[in-house]
Design a binder for this molecule. Structure first.
Ligand SMILES: [Zn+2]
Length: 126
């Protein structure tokens, strides 16, 4: 039983590919913050360290999203697209059209967030 029409699946594949392309085209300048001049005083380095943290975090999020997009494209090919990877219920069409790389239904996603905020879910999403 699938709530997604062939047209939906086609639109979703296009969304995923477009999103992937825009992530891969991400300007390399995002990493510029990782280079810093050697002659900075310790005080001047503090904001820089913050920028580096932000840049690394940004890369990490992009990488995770890219990984999710690839997994979603795989699931489109295998016919498993739209199935929650945790509890195997059908993810609502509306959610999939909004977030085509979603791999969890809303209740599972919320459980994961709750766990993550308590530091319990490390590794579960991997
Ligand atoms: Zn679920």
């Amino acid at each position: 039983m699938h709530t997604l029409s062939p047209d939906d699946l086609k639109a979703i594949r296009e969304l995923l590919l477009a999103e992937k392309e825009s992530l891969l085209r991400e300007p390399r300048s995002a990493l510029d913050a990782l280079r810093h001049p050697a002659n900075l005083s310790v005080e001047d380095r503090v904001p820089l360290i913050h920028d580096q943290f932000v840049a690394l975090n940004f890369r990490k999020q992009s990488y995770e999203k890219l990984r999710k997009i690839d997994a979603a494209l795989d699931r489109l090919d295998t016919g498993e697209f739209g199935i929650c990877q945790a509890c195997e219920v059908q993810i609502p069409r509306k959610r999939l059209l909004a977030i085509p790389w979603a791999d969890l239904c809303v209740p599972c996603q919320e459980l994961l967030h709750e766990g993550a905020s308590r530091g319990l879910a490390v590794g579960i999403a991997a």
